[in-house]
Design a protein around this ligand. Structure first.
Ligand code: NI
Length: 159
């Protein structure tokens, strides 16, 4: 199975706001295949998450690589967030070689639909809350470098 091509900054698709998926789209076999391909691509590239705009689709779909397995969030919305924020390091498959310190809510509640169109409410904290906030920003056309308080560049020279 070929790996999906990951768009790199400054591709304008990364800056567009993504559209909600309809129920018909959610239960379609095409979307099922796309989700599977995104999960495989995320795992192959060692990503902790991947959002649809990163592979060229401005739809509200993200996949996350959790300890107990990968899962997808369709039409996700953050419905609660802690007042408390914390700084942490982030990177992005669309911005290779750059890492930054980003302030994120420590704890969030996210509501989304699963692949069967079932409503799910997930309470996440720490690293998982950070990854979800990062991926959901992609659906708004926002990249972590927009929010980072400092960035580090890693340049690899020719051998
Ligand atoms: Ni990213």
């Amino acid at each position: 199975m070929p790996q999906l091509k990951i768009l790199k900054q400054p591709n304008p698709i990364l800056r567009k706001k993504s559209k909600d998926l309809s129920h018909k789209e959610i239960i379609s076999p095409e979307l099922g295949k796309l989700i599977l391909d995104m999960i495989k691509t995320m795992i192959k590239t060692d990503g902790v998450g991947l959002a649809a705009p990163q592979i060229g689709g401005n739809i509200r779909l993200v996949v996350i690589n959790a300890k107990d397995g990968a899962f997808c969030l369709l039409n996700p919305k953050i419905t609660k967030k802690s007042l408390l924020k914390e700084l942490g390091q982030e990177g992005c498959l669309s911005i290779p070689g750059i890492f930054g310190q980003v302030k994120r809510h420590k704890k969030i509640t996210v509501e989304y639909l699963d692949q069967n169109g079932k409503k799910i409410k997930l309470i996440a904290q720490g690293m998982m809350a950070r990854v979800i906030q990062h991926e959901l920003d992609h659906l708004e056309g926002v990249l972590f470098i927009d929010k980072a308080t400092s960035v580090e560049k890693v340049k690899i020279g020719k051998e």
